[in-house]
Design a protein around this ligand. Structure first.
Ligand code: NAD
Ligand code: UDP
Length: 351
């Protein structure tokens, strides 16, 4: 057993009545033991919350590199939730039915902080969860990314597009790590018949984003609420498509539950496309901020455009995003207003 300490609610702590699982509410034959790696992060914590409320036995595994326990503290009293501090680059011995593999820093500032560790997390993390899935005969879903398309020459991006990634640049540790993980998922599927799913997630935002992760949405909201200058990189004409976290969580659960023939990759994102300047202007409008927009140099290899083609998700998952950027930003801004940003720290040095 190579895992770290298991943190969970004490066995003596009886769940409060509203927390108790009732057979009347859940079909026990459908309840599963589910591992979420990176489960304390922005997306992972929302996924855990949803799976716990659906009654599953959920194990959240995280090394807290880019997150904090406060993201899942409210789940600790639940008898069907466990928290494990563990680094997914090391093997882990658990018995589960399904694995959602989300462990990986996702914001450019976070993944470039220690690029070698980022690559290890994607590649060794994939090998470790795939090995576990093979041993347990578990189903395993990989949180891949639109970054596998790099700076795309094809627009919008469909899953058939093979991408344009600079293997030598500062984003490559993330992009190539995720590409290698996709390869490992397909090889374990072909060689060992592991039941896999691959989703390619496009920019997703919402409450519990790390306020200092350096992403456009979190930076702009934080800057607007503090009446600081809003830092648009380059001329702001580069585009992104922003998906709200609730839409994303619904889509990845549908992918996990889809027939085994749906291996993917499958794009998950909101096809609404905005320039970064439009995003900055919308944040200023919704916050009522007096912030000015200023220009900063465009980072190397910053993709010029990004928009998902979600035809496959529409067809196979009967899914499409419901939350507009305006609505999602309002929720996110409300959450940013409610937190004490002083409680968030920069990523832990992690060599
Ligand atoms: P996040 O940084 O909030 O969450 C990642 C989590 O993984 C954190 O809790 C972090 O502590 C944990 N982690 C990192 N390295 C680890 C390791 N070696 N061992 C164990 N835990 C580790 O980011 P997020 O936005 O929630 O992203 C979650 C997943 O979704 C990532 O795999 C990311 O690549 C993918 N994704 C996210 C987006 C997005 O826009 N949010 C887009 C594409 C893909
Ligand atoms: N960006 C920006 N100002 C910021 C942070 C980001 O203009 O303070 C730009 C960034 O250069 C990119 C876009 O916003 O063009 C989205 O960046 P983010 O880091 O959110 O996501 P990614 O580049 O990974 O899609």
């Amino acid at each position: 057993m190579a895992c770290g300490a298991v943190l969970q609610a004490s066995a003596n702590t009886a769940p409060r009545p509203h927390q108790r699982r009732t057979p009347a509410r859940f079909d026990l034959s459908q309840l599963k033991r589910i591992l979420v790696t990176g489960g304390a992060g922005f997306l992972g914590s929302h996924l855990c919350e949803r799976l716990v409320s659906d009654g599953h036995d959920v194990i959240c595994l995280d090394n807290f590199f880019t997150s904090q326990k406060s993201n899942v503290a409210h789940l600790l009293p639940r008898s069907n939730f466990e928290l494990i501090r563990h680094d997914i680059t090391l093997p882990c011995w658990l018995e589960v039915d399904e694995i959602y593999n989300l462990a990986c820093p996702a914001a450019p500032g976070h993944y470039q902080y220690n690029p070698i560790k980022t690559m290890k997390t994607s590649v060794m993390g994939a090998i470790n969860v795939l090995g576990m899935a093979k041993r347990c005969r578990a189903k395993v879903l990989q949180a891949s990314t639109s970054e596998v398309y790099g700076d795309p020459e094809v627009h919008p991006q469909a899953e058939s597009y093979r991408g344009s990634v600079n293997t030598l640049g500062p984003r490559a540790c993330y992009d190539e790590g995720k590409r290698a993980a996709e390869t490992l998922f397909m090889d374990y599927h072909r060689a060992n018949r592991v039941n896999v799913r691959i989703v390619r997630i496009f920019n997703t935002y919402g409450p519990r984003m790390h306020p200092f992760d350096g992403r456009a949405v979190s930076n702009f909201i934080r800057q607007a609420l503090r009446a600081e200058d809003i830092t648009v990189f380059g001329d702001g004409s580069q585009t992104r498509s922003f998906c709200y976290r609730d839409d994303l969580v619904e889509a990845i659960i549908r992918t996990m539950n889809a027939p085994d023939t749906l291996i993917g990759p499958i794009n998950i994102g909101n096809p609404g496309e905005f320039t970064i300047r439009e995003l900055a202007e919308l944040v200023i409008e919704l916050t009522g901020s007096k912030s000015r927009i200023i220009s900063r140099p465009l980072p190397q290899d910053d993709p010029r455009q990004r928009r998902p083609d979600i035809a496959l998700a529409r067809k196979h998952l009967d899914w499409e995003p419901k939350v507009s950027l305006r609505e999602g930003l309002k929720e996110t801004i409300d959450w940013f207003r409610s937190i004490n940003m002083g409680h968030y720290r920069a990523p832990t040095p992690n060599y």
